[in-house]
Design a protein around this ligand. Structure first.
Ligand SMILES: CC(=O)SCCNC(=O)CCNC(=O)[C@H](O)C(C)(C)COP(=O)(O)OP(=O)(O)OC[C@H]1O[C@@H](n2cnc3c(N)ncnc32)[C@H](O)[C@@H]1OP(=O)(O)O
Length: 215
């Protein structure tokens, strides 16, 4: 039988996860968030306190759900909290929205979160603590490192490889076979046609708007 969960965080990503957990019929014991009052409620769920409230529950009696989102240059908290709780013996639930598609042979590590409308095709492998956000596509044979966020509507073509802590921005498109190094950020709407090294930022081309009136 599946264990009840504790949700970490109560921001936008946590809100979407809470809705998913309810649709999956998972029991949510409560939410931990240092910015909310212990004993108060968040969307009908008890606020248990800050992170230390987790330790009151034996590690083998619950699973955790990482509700901390990650944005470019701001991915640290999500990964740090995952590591801290794992070091204390806690495990993270891997979550697949009922409206996500996963091929039969995909490999999803601990704590991976596949949101609504996601498609993960055959042979793809996704490492721990990644978010594949609403409507994103990860095509066949992609290899995704840990703590990666693939933002809504992004498309990874076949055989793309991402290092750890990469952010693929909303609606970005990566053509087949591209490698993107750890810590890099791909701006929303970018089209990536060449390999990207580690800790790089890719900005999309922008429309040039000029006045029609000529002197
Ligand atoms: C469910 C969710 O909401 S998940 C959240 C998903 N969000 C994302 O994926 C966002 C991804 N982030 C981006 O695309 C960012 O804009 C970045 C990381 C590429 C750039 O960030 P910064 O370096 O901080 O750029 P900054 O915001 O200072 O903008 C610099 C300029 O580039 C422009 N710009 C920045 N990003 C983009 C973009 N993706 N497309 C077009 N123009 C852009 C800005 O408008 C600004 O233009 P200006 O100088 O004419 O005013």
């Amino acid at each position: 039988m599946s264990k009840p969960v504790i949700l970490l965080g109560s921001g936008g990503h946590a809100r979407v996860l809470l809705d998913m957990l309810r649709r999956l019929g998972v029991e949510v014991l409560g939410v931990v968030d240092p910015n909310r009052l212990a004993g108060s409620e968040y969307l009908g769920v008890n606020i248990l306190g800050d992170d230390s409230a987790i330790w009151a529950y034996p590690a083998d009696s619950v699973e955790l759900v990482n509700g901390i989102g990650s944005l470019p240059r701001d991915a640290g908290l999500r990964a740090a909290l995952f590591e801290k709780c794992r070091a204390q013996g806690y495990r993270f639930r891997t979550l697949i929205d009922p409206h996500a598609f996963t091929a039969t042979d995909v490999v999803l590590a601990e704590g991976v979160q596949l949101m609504a409308g996601v498609i993960i095709q055959s042979g793809a492998e996704i490492a721990e603590n990644c978010i594949v956000n609403s409507g994103a596509i990860v095509e066949h044979d992609c290899r995704i490192g840990c703590d990666v966020h693939i933002a809504p509507g992004a498309v990874l073509s076949g055989g793309v490889e991402l290092g750890d802590k990469v952010h693929i921005g909303t609606g970005a498109t990566i053509i087949q076979g591209i490698r993107i190094g750890s810590g890099s950020v791909i701006g929303a709407g970018s089209v990536v046609t060449r390999d990207v090294g580690c800790s790089r930022i890719v900005y999309p081309a922008r429309s040039l708007v000029q006045d029609l009136q000529q002197d």
